[in-house]
Write a protein that binds this ligand. Structure first.
Ligand code: C5P
Length: 238
């Protein structure tokens, strides 16, 4: 299997170097891609991206930019210049911010060997109806995700981050090429932790997920590579 065939993106959410090394040393770039989020990036900085790229890994830089358009434009340009495979912004930043992100990545792509995929975070998979109510949002989760995904589509983004529960709805509306990247993935025996809108890898792929972001189910396992192999085998034929 090559990383191009695996739908799994392993979320490296560590600030402990020993733990991080232990997990990475067991993973192979042929079997997964890696996600660098705010914890690891804030602790180790951009140099770590280069280190992992030199080992052959494709990197999803998950910094979820959300600021005024001019700031997001600058951040997206710099992120694209790191040579990452995928990067993201928060759709809640609005259409002008999403368009600024799109134009920054397009501009950087002129001098890059490959254009990074740019996706928008709809609603965090740790949020449900209760969080929406607290924010004063009266729409349901599905309505909110659909509205935010529409902004991403209109701004020309390559897709969205959403829960696997919304993939069928979004694929129906925006077509199969609009990428759906889904965190909130749990094996049947796993703890949900802080996630609310969860699904198993098989169910997520059957719903149409293009990529599965999986953190603790793999990284906190005694043998991360064994769990990853098991997940890859369980979804490869779906
Ligand atoms: O450990 P777990 O599998 O829950 O990790 C999920 C990862 O996906 C975390 O790195 C988190 O930042 C990320 N994520 C998420 N929900 C989103 C977007 C990203 O959980 N909507």
């Amino acid at each position: 299997m090559s990383s191009a065939e695996s739908k799994v993106i392993v979320a490296l959410d560590f600030e402990d170097k020993v733990q991080l090394h232990q997990v990475i040393s067991q993973l192979k770039p042929q079997h997964c891609r890696l996600k660098i989020g705010i914890t690891l990036f804030t602790h180790f900085g951009p140099l770590w991206i280069k280190t992992l790229q030199q080992q052959g890994f494709d990197i999803f830089l998950d910094l979820k930019f959300h600021d005024i358009p001019q700031q997001v434009q600058g951040a997206c340009y710099e992120a694209a210049n790191l040579g990452v495979w995928m990067m993201n912004v928060h759709a809640l930043g609005g259409l002008a911010m999403l368009q600024a992100a799109r134009s920054a990545v397009d501009r950087a792509a002129h001098h890059l060997p490959r254009k990074p995929l740019l996706i928008g975070v709809t609603l965090l998979t740790s949020s449900g109806e209760a969080e929406l109510a607290m924010l004063g949002i009266k729409s349901t989760v599905d309505e909110t995700v659909l509205r935010l995904a529409t902004l991403c589509y209109e701004a020309g983004l390559d897709g969205v981050v959403c829960s696997a529960k919304e993939v069928a709805l979004l694929k129906k509306r925006f077509g199969k090429d609009f990428l759906c990247v889904t965190p909130g993935i749990r094996l049947p025996e796993d703890d949900k932790h802080d996630q609310q809108r969860v699904m198993t890898p098989q169910m997520a792929v059957q719903e149409g997920s293009d990529y599965l972001v999986i953190g603790r189910s793999i990284t906190h396992a005694k043998q991360p590579q064994t769990v990853l192999t098991h997940i890859n085998e369980s979804i490869v034929a779906l």
